[in-house]
Design a protein around this ligand. Sequence first.
Ligand code: G6Q
Length: 548
Amino acid sequence: MNLNKNKPSNLDSWKKLNSNFKTLSSKTLTEHFAENPDRVDKLSINWESFYVDYSKNRLDKSTIDLLVSLAEEAGLKEGIEAYFSGGEINETEGRAVLHTALRTQDSSPVLVEGENILPGIDQAKKEMYDFADKVISGAWKGHTGKSIQNVVNIGIGGSDLGPAMVTEALEFYQNHLNVYFVSNVEGDHVNEIINKIDPETTLFVIVSKTFTTQETLSNAQTLRKWFLNHAPQAAVEKHFVAVSTNQKKVTEFGISPENIFSMNDWVGGRFSLWSTVGISICLAVGPTHFENLLKGAGAMDQHFRKASFDQNIPVLLAMITVWYNNFWNAESEVIVPYSQYLRNLPAYLQQGIMESNGKGVDRNGDPVDYQTGTIIWGASGTNAQHAFFQLMHQGTKLIPADFIGFAKPLYPKNDHQDKLMSNFFAQTQALMLGKNEATVRTELESQGKSNTEIEALLPFKIFEGNRPSTTLLIEELTPYNLGALIAMYEHKIFVQGVIWNIFSYDQWGVELGKQLANNILNDFESGKLDHHDASTKKLIERYQNPKK
Ligand code: G6Q
């Protein structure tokens, strides 16, 4: 079973959406609300402790019906089955995409090349949980008999962003271990970590699916060298573990097979936090919370797989993006979590969304003649209000926004929560309603401004409004709800890829820069620079001789 290769713009519902766009493009959100008193009920979903309100978007029920038809016509139903049941939907790498199997709550076999992968998943999870229990309880000792206090996750991209984001997001649930993440190949990054740790009480977790990644191996080598300046060779086994598919390379690095946690090819890097790649999360919060993270994701998987498209959160959110991207020509989407714990969710989703759907060639190998992956950005509210919200309110670009908020704070409720949430609600309202000339005029009059002053200030104080947003109001930031939220975005990515007829699970676009960096690294040694373009050559010369 695999994904079909239909060009979306040839589909009937795509054409109908073009006419729908023409009909609706001049209608404002306020007009939509005035015309349909039950709009909120029609355009919102309750699922477990999630309430998703997509009524503040430039669409109506007819648009949703057409978007649902587009999803059907594009073969989404069959696509979802191919995705969950191990079809080789990562066709250019010849792989299945089965992060969903890592969190399934169902014991029905999931087959890869005829073999049920669930027992292997359980086994790997058990090994990770046993190990985490030992480290957290202090039963696992460092080479001088002291228990572990610090964990350093060494990885990059998918082997860093997800674990780092989730560990930070679950800080409230964290135990005594200090968990650090080193990713960048920049020596200053690793040295800053070295300043914070003690070789007797630090565990290094090297996370690399391929175990060939330059940044990760450089950091791992530097940290091992530093460690061995303070400890004998035999101590390595108490302080270094690895997560990888490449047992051979890990063993060559000097890590013993008992200290290797396995992972599989059918988990893509940016979707791997649910696997042993999430070991630093598991160490930080313990197996019970980690398991709840998986359960929440598993529940969202079931919702996505089973709910009808018009009641399906990931499907609807994905289709709304398609609507803005392909019919309204919006270029970017902003994600604003009203939770400081989730401050890195936008950065994490940048990889998930842009690495997956930033593709210009369709599944037939032809260049696409429509827009694909959107640009993702964002930061936590309310901080973001004091940073980029000016552009969202009065700038010239159409920027659909996701607002994510939690009804309950994690610490006992205090007046901060109402202040936070009043901002959360006020911003989507302000984006939608704006402030018209009459209101601005009355306000300025009541401030005692003269007519001349009012006329001069008026244009700057008007907010045209009609700016779209979707609100996700979730009960509480628990590991379970976080798992569900991340899984929701993962499935949104999948749906968009299906519609745009692109392969979401490869990332060839990151290869070229890596290749050229290796060439340039060699050229630093050889000094042969003449084969470079004039700009690059000059830059390298300037780097090598700053005063020249
Ligand atoms: C994600 C990508 C990429 C990958 C890193 C690290 O989907 O594949 O971000 O995770 O390049 O790769 P390794 O885990 O193999 O070191």
